[in-house]
Design a protein around this ligand. Sequence first.
Ligand code: PHE
Length: 462
Amino acid sequence: MNQEKQVWAKKSTFIFAAAGSAIGLGNIWKFPYMVGENGGGAFVLVYLLCVLIIGLPLMMSESIVGKYSHGNAIDAIRATSKDSNASKFWMTIPIIGFVCMFLLLSFYSVIAGWALDYTYGFATGKFNGISAKDVGGIFDGLLASPTKMIIWHTVFTAATAFIIGKGATDGIEKALSVMMPLLVILLVAITLYSAFATDYFAAGVKFLFEPDFSKITLSVVINALGQAFFSLSLGMCAIMTYAAYMRDDVSITESSVWVVILDTAMALLAGLAIFPIVFANGLEASGGPGLLFVTLSTAFAKMSAGTILGFGFFFLVTLAAISSSISMVEPVVKWISEKFNTSRKSATYLYCFVVWVFGLLTVFSFSNGDTFIIFGKTPFDIIDYFTANILLPLGGLLLALYIGWVLNKEISKKQLFTLNGFIFSVWYFIVKFIAPVLILIILVSMVLGEEKVNQIISSIFG
Ligand code: PHE
């Protein structure tokens, strides 16, 4: 990075950085189990619509604010508000973003810790030729051990803090430009295994891509929207912060389209790799957060080169998670160090420590789930639901309203210089009307509850 101008030297760096942020546990771990728990193809269909109609336009919106101001998220909203004579109310956008990032990171590092544990497990030959039942036993054993989870949670948080503290994100980006393609190759290889060695590939494809429309319920829609925000790293100023380093001549539209395509392709690929293995081994598609770990390890345990493949796979998943976690820390550290004039290092270590402590709630949600129940849910369930399904859509709603109704239109026009007049108008219309109305309907429906919404729908459509 060119430190003086604070912009990335290469045109493609934004795509790499933003894709690094977007592609992570959300695609490989969360997407498949959300699909499994939310009715398969019905969820995938709604998810794809959310990505296209809300995700892509909002990714462009976040990028506009970041690139225009070249500052941290708080300053970016402040600068654009000032130039548009807007009120201070809009500062809620980065505030929601920062709260959300804090909460997300607290559980993200625990789950990434599981991937580390599996990397270690494969490296030490623990999965060599064991039965599907034993693979499940290993996962249960991990969840039953808070000590183990805390150790890996600590290792992952420390690694993230170390990279950010050193300002070594350039280094990680270089490493990722090699590792990410490797992860894709491995996922393709697993998908090929699913296709040729399981007899259940067709069932997997059908499960993912043949929507049963009767399964599209309110909670499916809410979960799909939340997952779209989570997976694309939207609604919390991560993309905005990376866009602040964008060179002026880089096209926001083209970059955003690439990031969305890569992110979506990775999620679908993970689904294609996992579901045939689920069906072939009689596992539960609705297996929840353990799905990725149990299914793929079952397949790896059966393969002759499974140990090395399993090791490589979970190592790469950990790296994908690191490139996402650094994008959750960077916005806050950038702000703290710019605002309070502290060193990057102390800002990073202090912040990461606080997140680490909060992460213990997630550890105990899994290890002592029965004792930590509030309103019938574990703290992890609550944090996950509150961030993905409430805070992120709310942040997205405010952002859409901000760009569509408050920000000086000329700023957007100038930033989206590659769009012709018609396409710009379509984008603007979506951001101004369609995206906020859709998000609002979903949020209001969530407040009303499934039953009320069904009543309203049937009274409208007879
Ligand atoms: N998008 C990341 C993933 O899919 C998670 C993330 C969310 C990263 C928010 C940064 C900000 O795993």
